[in-house]
Write a protein that binds this ligand. Structure first.
Ligand SMILES: [Zn+2]
Length: 309
């Protein structure tokens, strides 16, 4: 009986010890601050800065179109658990869905990564709007990084040294990326630097690296084959492909490729490949990070446009 009691006590102690240990592990996990990001780009940039010091969750998956996204109940729960929310802004998130999520699920602090970007203008249905695809200029990528850095330091001041150090390294990588892209695209003669893509996502890239852009649907990707497509727009795109003797045009990972394939057939040009536009690549793919997406897009464009017929 006495022995039995001792054994019970021993097991009880082991149980308490295990409970205490798992309790500690749980407390550590939940002590990590949580950042919830609308887009794949903002989530990647946040991860580069916080490392393993915070949890970063993205709402949009690879290949998902942010203009027409409609949040699901799981997104509300995720935002409810967040300490900080990040969005692209400039109305990339159609109908401001990230602002709505942040407001309706505990009024969470929301940082807009394009704050301070000099936006380019886009013509859309007779109106001038601000172009949301600012990340395609690496100098704007640096603005995103600095906005995120300020926000995470506010959230966790004791971690500032580590966040600043990571951001410093990443900003150097962005400068190297910019120089590298400039060198790569210099292989395409200026008169052949024309980007024809499914929707108007590449204006910042074009402005930085001296391309002209043409897109049959304009800014909107509202419906299957593009809500913004008109016969007139389509005619203009086919005409400019012929006028400029563009050797190849491109499909995008987050937009239905059908229309671009039809236009390529009509204009007698190749589809030069697939570009990451509003969303980055799947985990494990070359385009799963911002740097990888920019690198792979550049390689695809340079290969298709510098090749002689
Ligand atoms: Zn877009």
């Amino acid at each position: 009986m006495r022995q039995c009691g001792q054994r019970w006590r021993r097991w009880a102690l082991v149980g308490i010890a295990i409970g205490a240990l798992t309790g500690v592990a749980k407390a550590d996990e939940s002590a990590k601050k949580r950042i919830v990001c609308s887009t794949t780009q903002t989530a990647d940039l946040a991860r580069q800065i916080v490392g393993d010091d915070m949890e970063v969750h993205g709402i949009l998956g690879p290949g998902v179109n942010p203009h027409v996204y409609q949040p699901v109940p799981g997104d509300s729960r995720l935002v409810e658990s967040a300490d900080l929310c990040l969005q692209n802004g400039l109305h990339l998130e159609g109908k401001n869905w990230m602002e709505t999520l942040a407001r309706d699920n505990g009024n969470k602090p929301l940082v807009t990564c394009t704050k301070g970007v000099q936006p380019l203008d886009l013509e859309f249905e007779g109106q001038t709007i601000k172009d949301p695809h600012a990340w395609f200029d690496p100098r704007n990528g640096a603005i995103f990084v600095n906005n995120i850095l300020d926000a995470v330091i506010d959230l966790d001041p004791p971690g500032a040294v580590r966040y600043r150090a990571r951001a410093d390294l990443y900003l150097q990588q962005l400068r190297a990326l910019d120089t590298w892209i400039e060198k790569e695209v210099s292989r395409i003669p200026l008169e052949r630097r024309i980007l024809v893509t499914s929707h108007d996502a590449f204006n910042y890239y074009a402005a930085r690296y001296h391309f002209k852009v043409r897109s049959p649907v304009g800014w909107s990707t509202g419906s299957e084959i593009g809500g913004g497509m008109t016969p007139e727009r389509r005619r203009l795109v086919v005409q400019s492909i012929r006028d400029f003797k563009v050797p190849a045009i491109f499909v995008e990972t987050s937009v239905n490729p059908k229309m671009i394939q039809q236009i390529a057939g009509e204009a007698g040009v190749r589809v030069g490949g697939e570009l990451y536009s509003d969303a980055m690549g799947a985990a494990g793919s070359a385009g799963e990070t911002y740097l990888g997406m920019m690198r792979e897009n550049t390689l695809t464009v340079v290969l298709a446009l510098s090749a002689s017929e």
